[in-house]
Design a protein around this ligand. Structure first.
Ligand SMILES: [Zn+2]
Ligand SMILES: [Zn+2]
Length: 315
């Protein structure tokens, strides 16, 4: 495996641990209550060998714990992976906003504290205003350094939106998008106001054909749009679309998780985020849009609605 040096980032560190498409799919199912090997095999559609491999990887990284008999093991979330709960909620919100997914529309999240069905909302922990990635600036944090990372190249074909066989589709489009490490890294870089190909390449020095392939994919998926910045020769810059910016809360929860759980040197966060609205350090909080209380994993229930009825009443 060759190596790659990039600026230290909690997002990259987190993605290097759980950002593989199969790992994200497995965690999604375990969050949903599926925890036997057979159940995961059936729900994810992953091959037996890959499933064993990723389950081992997730256990090695303290994201799953095996319990039960050797013959019928069960995989449970750990404190570390339960802490990805807000990240999963932000995935559902993005998916619901940008895709027509009856499976998601049928599920209502219910906040037990206020008894209402709600939409999780990312707000600034300081000023309580909804967080918009365009109103965030970045400063080097105490852990700012360079990280050396493995450079295992995954085949581009594995990015295709049609290859994830999960029946449940809770946030399948998001997983297809961020389940490729370089694609996810490029989106994270775009939040930092990077626009030109060479700017992305400087921060993520992988082969240019890999990079241009991922850029094209992001344009096709409506996350980036291109705008000409030079006429002769014609060159295009990449800009996040509204759909792309809407991914910010998902990345922010991942960044907080990486700050907390993926700090190999113990130096502290590599980056400090400042919320332009209140000029304070940004710590994103996921709250209930009905009662404004912070949402905790044990306070959320589900109710399933009939999809036809849901559309007919428009409620
Ligand atoms: Zn604020
Ligand atoms: Zn509430």
């Amino acid at each position: 495996m060759t190596e790659l040096t990039t600026r230290a980032s909690s997002i990259n560190r987190a993605l290097d641990q759980i950002g593989d498409k199969w790992c994200l799919l497995i965690l999604q199912e375990v969050f949903w209550g599926v925890n036997s090997f057979g159940g995961l095999l059936q729900e994810t559609g992953i091959s037996r060998g890959v499933l064993s491999n990723r389950l081992k990887w997730l256990q090695d990284h303290d994201c799953l714990r095996r319990r039960g008999s050797t013959r019928y093991p069960r995989y449970h979330l750990t404190r570390k992976s339960v802490d990805l709960y807000h990240n999963a909620l932000m995935a559902v919100v993005w998916e619901d906003r940008h895709f027509d997914t009856p499976e998601i529309q049928a599920v209502r999240l219910v906040h037990r504290n206020c008894g209402k069905s709600f939409v999780p909302l990312m707000v600034c922990g300081c000023c309580q205003q909804a967080v918009d990635g365009r109103e965030v600036s970045y400063l080097p944090g105490p852990g700012a350094q360079q990280d050396v990372r493995g450079k295992k190249v995954r085949r581009r074909s594995s990015v295709s939106a049609h290859e994830v066989p999960s029946e449940r589709q809770v946030y399948r489009n998001l997983i297809n998008l961020v389940g490729d490490r370089w694609t996810a890294n490029l989106i994270a870089l775009a939040f930092h106001d990077l626009h030109r190909f060479d700017e992305f390449h400087r921060e993520l020095p992988v082969a240019t054909n890999i990079l241009s392939d991922r850029m094209r994919f992001l344009v096709e998926e409506g996350i980036f749009e291109t705008r000409p910045y030079q006429q002769r020769p014609l060159r295009h810059a990449y800009h996040l679309t509204g759909k792309g910016w809407d991914l910010f809360p998902w990345f922010l929860t991942l960044l907080h998780w990486g700050d907390r759980w993926c700090d190999p040197t113990g130096a502290g966060p590599p980056m400090k985020l400042i919320h332009a609205t209140c000029k304070q350090p940004l710590h994103g909080q996921v709250v209930c849009d009905q009662c404004d209380d912070e949402v905790r994993p044990d306070e959320v229930g589900f109710s399933i609605h009939n999809v036809a009825e849901y559309s007919a009443t428009g409620s």
